[in-house]
Design a protein around this ligand. Structure first.
Ligand SMILES: NC(=O)CC[C@H](N)C(=O)O
Length: 365
């Protein structure tokens, strides 16, 4: 048992019990309301630069199975929970969450009032934080929280994107093989899996790959993944979309959606405390149907700011009416703010979104 403390930029600090690796981490403190799916969220590269807090009071009760990972390891900077389960129960569990965080060199804190921290975040907006595992010096944690740069000034994508292009061949036999070029901005594994399961070969390329190189791979569709940080910092991908718009269909998820929107001349802005959870209601404005979606984002697209006046907002969040989906029909471009690939979260929109990707390439849905 180690002393641990979390400090926020507003001067709040809470002492608790440390687990995982000893050390100090800094990042934005964000909360997610999902009850399950902690393995997927901890390994989601979109959380790079952030300390993740679960509002659900018990995390780790079904252990850790590496098969669920959305990347090669834990990508959050640190973890905040009310209680971390030491003795999990699940036949596929390989280790407990204590061991996971220790093996991955990431600190966690338990035994803190996550309700108070969540209310504070909702009232103040997302705050910079520091988590120290191995000390209970709250003043130092607050000082470190305040000393770090704002997330918008960090280049987080370069930390999580792949270094070289690579090709994943689909094992599904189809007569008409399609090839998607996927710009890896910090891709969750289930995005490529959702394409591979439909018989599509996936060429994954680094975030700074220019349009000229993407074209050499002869894509049937250009796909932009999820990823960390402020979409304003993804200039290379924004330029690639601008250059390729109209030449191939383009689709995107989350950060990919924000990048596509910026390429079409829209503004993006920071939400007060973001949407993170597995039950976010999204209304399709064409059908009127509301789907329950998985989400993890802190930025959003300004719906009425598009330079391209043919862009339509296709979906909105019914909680706060923020933009959840856009489409430019003439250019065959569409994207969503939520996560149709789920993992973690509901699969309500999986068939709809990836069906649309298939249709855009002239393939079978
Ligand atoms: N999951 C994501 O792709 C997140 C996108 C972006 N980093 C945001 O926080 O809004």
């Amino acid at each position: 048992m180690m002393d641990a403390v979390i400090g926020l930029e507003d001067g709040t600090f809470l002492k608790g019990t440390g687990f995982g690796a000893e050390g100090i981490v800094c990042g934005e403190l964000v909360f997610t309301t999902q009850y399950t799916g902690y393995e997927e969220s901890l390994t989601d590269p979109s959380y790079s630069g952030q300390i993740l807090m679960f509002t659900y009071p018990l995390i780790g009760n079904y252990g850790v199975n590496d098969e669920t990972f959305q990347s090669d390891g834990v990508k959050v900077e640190g973890l905040v929970v009310r209680e971390a389960c030491r003795s999990p129960s699940h036949h596929q569990s390989m280790r407990n969450i204590y061991k996971l965080m220790e093996d991955e060199g990431k600190p966690g804190i338990s035994g803190v009032d996550t309700r108070m921290l969540t209310i504070g975040t909702r009232e103040h907006g997302t705050m910079r934080a520091a988590l120290i595992n191995g000390s209970d010096d709250g003043e130092e944690a607050v000082r470190l929280a305040r000393a770090q740069p704002d997330i918008s000034s960090l280049d987080l994508i370069s930390r999580v994107t792949c270094k070289e292009p690579y090709i994943i061949k689909s094992q599904v036999n189809t007569d008409d093989k399609k090839n998607v070029v996927l710009i890896d901005l910090g891709m969750k594994k289930n995005i490529s899996t959702s394409l591979l399961n439909r018989g599509i070969d996936v060429t994954v390329v680094p975030a700074t790959t220019p349009a000229s190189v993407i074209q050499e791979f002869d894509p049937d569709l250009l796909f932009l993944s999820n990823g960390p940080g402020d979409p304003q910092n993804a200039n290379a991908a924004i330029d690639a979309v601008k250059e390729m718009a109209g030449t191939v269909p383009i689709a995107g998820i989350c950060l990919g959606h924000q990048i596509i929107a910026r390429a079409l001349g829209a503004d993006t802005y920071k939400l007060k405390f973001g949407h993170r959870g597995a039950n976010q209601p999204v209304k399709d404005l064409e059908t009127g149907i509301v789907h329950i979606t998985s989400q993890n984002h802190g930025f959003a697209v300004e719906g009425d700011s598009f330079d391209d006046t043919d862009v339509i907002v296709t979906q909105i969040n019914t909680n706060d009416r923020t933009v959840e989906g856009i489409e430019q029909k003439d250019l065959d471009i569409f994207s969503v703010q939520y996560h149709p690939e789920a993992h973690a979260g509901p699969r309500d929109t999986e068939k709809i979104f990836f069906g649309k990707v298939m249709k855009a390439m002239g393939g079978r849905v």
